[in-house]
Design a protein around this ligand. Sequence first.
Ligand SMILES: *Cc1c(COP(=O)(O)O)cnc(C)c1O
Length: 380
Amino acid sequence: MSEQHFETLAIHAGQEPDEVTGAVVPPIHQVSTYKQDGVGGLRGGYEYSRSANPTRTALEENLAALEGGRRGLAFASGLAAEDCLLRTVLKPGDHLVIPDDAYGGTFRLIAKVVERWGVTWSVVHSSDPEAVRAALRPETKAVWVETPSNPLLGITDIAQIADITRSAGVLLVVDNTFASPYLQQPLALGADVVVHSTTKYMGGHSDVVGGALVARDAGLGEELAYHQNAMGAIAGPFDAWLVLRGAKTLAVRMDRHSANAARIVEMLVSHPRVSQVYYPGLESHPGHEVAAKQMRDFGGMVSFRVTEGEEAAVQVCNRAQLFTLGESLGGVESLIEHPGRMTHASVAGSALEVPADLVRLSVGIESVDDLLADLAQALG
Ligand SMILES: *Cc1c(COP(=O)(O)O)cnc(C)c1O
């Protein structure tokens, strides 16, 4: 059969109907150990569920297929995945380049934890390839990119950065959480590793915390798998099953998230109480052309600034009713939050600080008319 398309892979990759029962959905193998047929006689390679578990394997193969990589690995959270990656590829004395709009938890992991092990890092505006090139040092091991970024929806040209990292012999890591593999395929654009918080669009239903790594080549994939087992922050069987179920509807969900977000952006740009809207689908967005080139659509995340400042922005969040006030993103239900006081409070005072009058939306897949009505009343 010819290479299957994304929607088909999302539903079938890594999964066969159960051999014994014919169940069309892989079972949740809630098990820690496996009977051996004589010492060392493993059936299907499973010996202990930290090392491998069939439900997790199904998800890992699915993730690898969706990102077009050789190896997928599923973790207990996005940050557990990031920690495994950083401790696999970095050693004391190494240097890392990170973007000025990285996810707050990524920044905290690098600045507060990884740094203590003798790793140095520089912050750059990764939308500017020349700034990335200038930040490289002889001891640089990896460049970290997040596109679209959180919460300002900055866009980085993955193929252009990949040209720079490839010729410098440096690893390119892309956090693909905001786009999901349906909207953007970093490995095909030249990245070496993709990072996910599967808590967000991959899971898609705000009912699981998980993370993933997908490596472009088998060698790095093998090293990461070794560290995944050595460090132990794996996804449990039920969590793996939930993400696997989420993956099946990823394409249709992302289409609706993107369509609803586009309609909401249209309303916000002409609203008198909104001074600026951040959405890569807007032609006025500085990353619009790059986003149009490297993404299938522009996704469900939207941020905007409120004309009257911080207190007014907080009020908009508090007044929303259908948009639930809460952190996280990527679920079927719409969320609203104030990054300065919520998700990004930990980066206050750093290069990653966000505007105080900013509101961030994770646009869900409810009726867009109901979402528009709620935002209109919240803006007053
Ligand atoms: C949430 C998130 C993470 C961290 O993932 P957790 O599952 O919360 O550990 C990393 N990157 C991005 C872009 C995120 O949104």
